[in-house]
Design a protein around this ligand. Structure first.
Ligand code: NA7
Length: 528
């Protein structure tokens, strides 16, 4: 008899809802969380300016209609403290903490093929057994710590955006270096620039950033609350798990040149990631993509006064939106400040860190503080950090050439182990909340199905998995995504196999496929 029906790993948005959903079905469920509290991403990422790049109206749970009505988001894009307050509120509201063990990191999962149960080992050496495991381990939860020569010699302070001190850091009057210009770097840079004495930004690849047009949303929220269920349903069927204002985007070739530019202008004025959906084929048609990219480049030139700096900030080496776009509030304007300097690492790579600062090219940049905003081992990192075994088979070995999953939900050879928003599902290409809720509910239904029929195990079929892996790779190859060295491709992690990790064909399409699989008696899954 196993200790639990289900162990869920992680108490972020996914783990919390998985606990709620399984509890509702009467499964004895235990959540194990490495951090001291709930929140996942939003527990850890407390750097200055940390903010979601999906709109609050969409980036929230839909499973609790009363909560949906009661909770008031203050801004179009919520800042980290507000999101963390929301997660905590949900945990308290549904009394979830009583089934969560905090400060407990799962280090190993070992499947007993005869007893059909997992042994879950944690960093305190404890072991517990569970019939099923759900890895709600997050897509961007394993931070990268690139090692720079001499880092230990630095006499100033170093911080990482991923685990920013909870009491904050007073950077007033300090000379600060920020390494990394993804979303975390951008938000940090924009937030701290007015306070610091000097800010030196070390940029390897310039991002494409679109304006957030952030604002208070009292009236908009009230309007959506009046028909939230219908609103959510549209999001579930949409491409990105969140809606973009206006009609279904046109195909680029259906537009006259002036109309195409006008569409880009309209999306730019609306702000946010919907810019990348200006044309339905923006990530398939290189001409459409280049037009959208050039539009942003022109905005950068218009905004940044120094043409040389503007050119360094201008992305040219990859298609727009093939790497995650950033949503900014005054990022480019920062470079018009006298106290901000940009170092282009493609011209002057970081050679080492010294006691006094960062040497890039031939120049030593003296600073008091270095902030690392250098990204994550995305999508596979958290699961591969756990030693997952079934006899002499390990998940790490199986995934050495890229993840292999069926629907991004299970991996053949590892029965009774599910992943929420795992690789080869839409996950990071979508509003995570929509994808999380879909997976949680799908997994809960699958477990109810297993129980009702008296089965002890569910496992992905190898042929179904091979088909799915081919489908996800083939559809990614139809797009411009593989033309960028992005974390979607694993390209930011030295030695990681470059394989496109998420499913590109959209949340609505994915839902139709997975709904169909469930209805057809879980086609492609084996039960015993
Ligand atoms: P990202 O988007 O992966 O950004 C990491 C940044 O750090 C990016 O600019 C990297 O450059 C840079 N980087 C990484 N390693 C190095 C080294 N060794 N030297 C210099 N620069 C480096 O992570 P974020 O945390 O900003 O954002 C993650 C997601 O969170 C984001 O997409 C949203 O979904 C929210 P590169 O581009 O690889 O050349």
């Amino acid at each position: 008899m196993a200790d639990h029906d289900v162990v869920v790993i992680g108490a972020g948005f996914a783990g919390l809802y998985q606990l709620y959903a399984l509890r509702e079905l009467g499964f004895d469920t235990k959540v194990l969380e490495a951090a001291p509290d709930v929140g996942g991403t939003w527990y850890h990422n407390r750097y200055p300016g940390a903010r979601c790049d999906i709109e609050s109206i969409e980036y929230s749970y839909s499973f609790d209609p009363e909560l949906e009505q009661e909770w008031d988001w203050s801004e179009r894009y919520a800042a980290q403290p507000e999101i963390l307050a929301y997660v905590r509120h949900v945990a308290d509201r549904h009394d979830l903490r009583r089934d969560i063990e905090f400060d407990t990191r799962v280090t190993a999962l070992d499947f007993d093929d005869t007893a059909n149960e997992w042994t879950v080992t944690t960093d305190d050496g404890a072991r517990r057994t569970a019939r099923f495991v759900v890895a709600a381990t997050g897509c961007l939860s394993v931070p990268l710590h690139p090692r720079f020569e001499g880092e230990d010699e630095f006499t100033g302070a170093t911080y990482r955006t991923w685990n920013w001190p909870h009491d904050g850091v007073d950077l007033t009057g300090k000379r600060v270096a920020v390494i990394g210009t993804g979303s975390s770097g951008l938000q940090t840079i924009t937030a701290i620039a007015p306070d610091v004495a000097a800010l030196t930004v070390f940029q390897r690849t310039p991002p494409y950033a679109v304006p957030a047009r952030n604002r208070t949303i009292t009236d908009e929220l009230a309007a959506v609350k009046a028909h939230y269920p219908e609103f959510r349903e549209l999001s579930r069927l949409s491409r990105g798990g969140a809606q973009c204002a206006g009609d279904e985007p046109p195909f680029f070739d259906d537009l006259a040149a002036d109309d195409a530019s006008a569409e880009l202008g309209r999306r730019w004025l609306d702000g946010g990631l919907c810019y990348q959906q200006t044309f339905r084929d923006l990530l398939q048609d290189p001409v459409a993509n280049e037009l959208a990219a050039e539009y942003v480049r022109t905005r950068i030139r218009e905004t940044v006064h120094d043409p040389e700096v503007a050119e360094k900030l201008t992305p040219r080496s990859y298609p727009i939106a093939a790497k995650r776009m950033c949503v900014d509030t005054g990022y480019y304007e920062v470079y018009n400040r006298d106290n901000v300097a940009l170092v282009d690492l493609t011209e002057d790579p970081i050679r080492r860190i010294t006691a006094r600062g960062v040497v890039a090219g031939e120049t030593e940049h003296e600073v008091d503080v270095i902030v690392f905003a250098t990204g994550f081992d995305a999508m596979t990192g958290a699961l591969e950090a756990i030693d997952v075994r079934n006899g002499d088979r390990t998940l790490r070995a199986k995934w050495a050439d890229g993840p292999r999953t069926y629907l991004g939900l299970m991996s053949a050879g590892f029965p009774n182990l599910f992943t929420v928003t795992g690789p080869q599902s839409p996950s990071v290409l979508s509003n995570m909340m929509t994808s999380i809720e879909y997976h949680v509910e799908w997994i809960a239904s699958a477990l109810a199905h297993v129980r009702e029929r008296g089965f002890a195990r569910i496992e992905a079929d190898v042929d179904a998995e091979d088909n799915w892996v081919n489908t996800t790779n083939d559809t990614a190859d139809l797009t411009l995504f593989p033309n960028a060295a992005s974390w979607y491709m694993g390209a930011n992690v030295p030695g990681k196999k470059r394989v496109f990790l998420p499913f590109v064909a959209g949340v609505g399409t994915y839902k139709q496929i997975c709904d169909g699989v469930a209805v057809s008696h879980y086609h492609g899954f084996e039960f015993a």
